[in-house]
Design a protein around this ligand. Structure first.
Ligand code: GLV
Ligand code: GLV
Length: 316
């Protein structure tokens, strides 16, 4: 059962294993549709827009063996409920690291050099001309990037930012070997970085990690980039920090109440808004679909999945 169409070719390996149902809708399934469609399935390929909770698993039935999420983030899955039922849970790590790190740099450059703001200005028809002080932004050379969450994506962002002349500090649960910058506590990271970029998963520990207090700790004139998950940031507090001048800008790919965007962000010229495009390249989305399908094939053939979610069962 595939909750939303995937590239046709990526689904081919499934057709040898059984009947494949792919949602006919060009949108996420509603909760009711998901409950109905999942009934009797041996395997589910889900998207990050599907909430797979205990009720969905119960609606599916005890024969369900795997939920393969087509995303690296899996806050949409109730991992405890999956594990309790002996059901495998997989995600798609690795294949989207470069695409997401690239988009992070695109947003970082856009907000610090005011590209989208300038685009809006030109399209508005307002007159403009080159001037020594016109639409000045912030340079990156010699500035500090603070990376919150130093997994594969955070590490890939660090390498890119270093090539732009930035120094790196990071906040993570463990130390990283290699030349990736200095590990510091979150307060020091927020208080000393010119740009802060979020690369941690959404968990009960990271929900509203960037709240009013954290934003007030950030340097005056600094920038916040979020390509991780929206609810890591308290958007009311972010709007306040932009309005009161604490932050020079923010660039966001994800939203607290996605796909709804806070009206205070919509009206701010200091904010760059992208519609959750982190992994959105032809190459990466194809590899994500292939990896999700590969996980299903492995499990239905009685083998361990290629990319199980840590702490979940790997055999059914
Ligand atoms: C995208 O947001 C993902 O988690 O893959
Ligand atoms: C800018 O276009 C310059 O020539 O300096």
């Amino acid at each position: 059962m595939v909750t939303r169409a995937l590239p046709e070719a990526s689904l081919a390996p499934l057709s040898h294993l059984g009947e494949v149902w792919v949602s006919p809708h060009d949108r996420a399934l509603t909760a009711d549709e998901l409950h109905a469609a999942v009934r009797g399935a041996d395997a589910v390929v889900s998207m990050l827009t599907d909430r797979v909770d205990a009720a969905v698993l119960d609606a599916a039935g005890t024969q369900l063996r795997i939920v393969a999420n087509t995303a690296v983030g899996y806050d949409n899955l109730d991992v405890a409920a999956l594990t309790e039922r002996g059901c495998v849970a997989t995600n798609t790590p690795g294949v989207l690291v470069d695409a997401t790190a690239d988009l992070t740099m695109a947003l970082l450059l856009d907000v610090t050099r005011r590209v989208s703001e300038g685009d809006r200005l030109i399209r508005s028809g307002a007159s403009w001309s080159w001037d020594i002080g016109f639409m000045l932004g912030a340079g990156l050379q010699g500035k500090q990037l603070g990376i919150v969450g130093m997994g594969h994506i955070g590490t890939a962002v660090a390498a890119r930012a270093a090539a732009f002349g930035m120094s790196i500090v990071y906040h993570a649960r463990r130390n990283h070997t290699g030349d990736v910058g200095r590990r510091v506590c979150l307060d020091e990271l927020l208080g000393t970085s010119d740009v802060v970029s979020l690369h941690c998963p959404l968990t009960s520990d990271t929900r509203h990690l960037i709240d009013a207090k954290a934003l007030q700790t950030m340097r005056a004139g600094s920038y916040l980039i979020n390509t991780a998950r929206g609810p890591i940031v308290d958007e009311d507090a972010l709007v306040q920090a932009l309005d009161d001048g604490t932050l020079a800008g923010a660039a966001l790919d994800v939203y607290e109440h996605e796909p709804v965007v806070h009206p205070g962000l919509l009206r701010s010229e200091k904010v760059v808004l992208a519609p959750h495009l982190g992994s959105a390249t032809v190459e990466t989305r194809t590899r994500m679909a292939e990896l999700a399908v590969e996980n299903v094939v492995q499990v239905l053939q009685g083998k361990p999945p290629t990319t199980p979610i840590a702490g979940t069962v790997t055999r059914t």
